[in-house]
Design a protein around this ligand. Structure first.
Ligand code: ADP
Ligand code: NI
Length: 217
């Protein structure tokens, strides 16, 4: 199979697998991350085939829906790529991308890094900020039955994973707790540049939000 055919098969597989996925991690999220990856790839040195497969397969099984089991996604991706006869070195790499993309620190040491992982991680983070990021945050907040905003509830920085999971804070707090911090966590130069614009858009959005909240123009 050519690389092009492998990508086409992967697209079909991911679409089919995620057909009942929730809004935040559905096929359209994958498609946006894939497109963000291609945008970043234009200016970065990396193996495009690995980046494309990593982007397409990065959310193939969200651990939130597999009892917190973070090994399901990488394993599923491996089995799928093996069924297509993809080179072992590429499969190993894609598996690592999926394993480490949502690495959040904590107790485990991050022992894998590559230009390809950097790109897919940036592409995923870009989908959490800007206009799309705002929409996803309010969508998630609605799903969790959270309020939009409450001036009496201060954002909390540096929450532990547990506190973060249990938080019932309104969605605006999520901007300060996570979304506005992402710009400084980008790996690649082109990722940083794109993040800058989307970050500024969120800041402008928040100003407008408070202005309307307070009954101003
Ligand atoms: P990822 O898959 O990028 O690691 P999550 O599964 O944590 O992200 O979140 C999916 C989407 O939901 C993201 O756009 C994220 O910003 C949003 N989200 C996550 N937690 C919250 C929250 N507490 N309030 C509002 N939006 C949230
Ligand atoms: Ni994702």
């Amino acid at each position: 199979m050519t690389q092009k055919e492998i990508i086409a098969h992967t697209v079909n597989y991911v679409k089919e697998t995620l057909k009942d996925a929730e809004g935040g991690h559905d096929w359209f999220h994958i498609e946006r991350v894939y497109k963000n990856s291609l945008l970043i790839l234009k200016e970065e040195e990396a193996d495009a085939f690995t980046v494309e497969l990593g982007a397409l397969l990065h959310d193939i099984a969200d651990s939130k829906f597999h009892g917190g089991d973070e090994t399901v996604g990488p394993k599923k991706a491996r089995e799928f790529l093996e069924s297509l006869g993809v080179d072992k070195s590429v499969i190993d790499h894609v598996e690592n991308i999926i394993k480490y993309i949502s690495f959040k620190g904590g107790n485990t040491k991050q022992n894998f890094r590559s230009p390809e992982l950097n790109i897919v991680q940036d592409a995923d983070r870009l989908d959490a900020i800007g206009a799309i990021g705002i929409a996803r945050a309010f969508n998630y907040g609605g799903f969790k039955d959270r309020g939009l905003y409450d001036p009496a509830i201060e954002p909390k920085l540096n929450m532990t994973k547990e506190e973060y999971k249990k938080s019932t804070a309104p969605t605006i707090n999520h901007f300060y707790e996570k979304l506005l911090l992402l710009k400084d966590r980008m790996n690649t130069e082109s990722g940083k540049k794109i993040a800058e614009g989307r970050h500024n858009f969120m800041k402008q959005y928040l100003e407008q939000f408070y202005s309307e909240w307070n009954g101003k123009l």
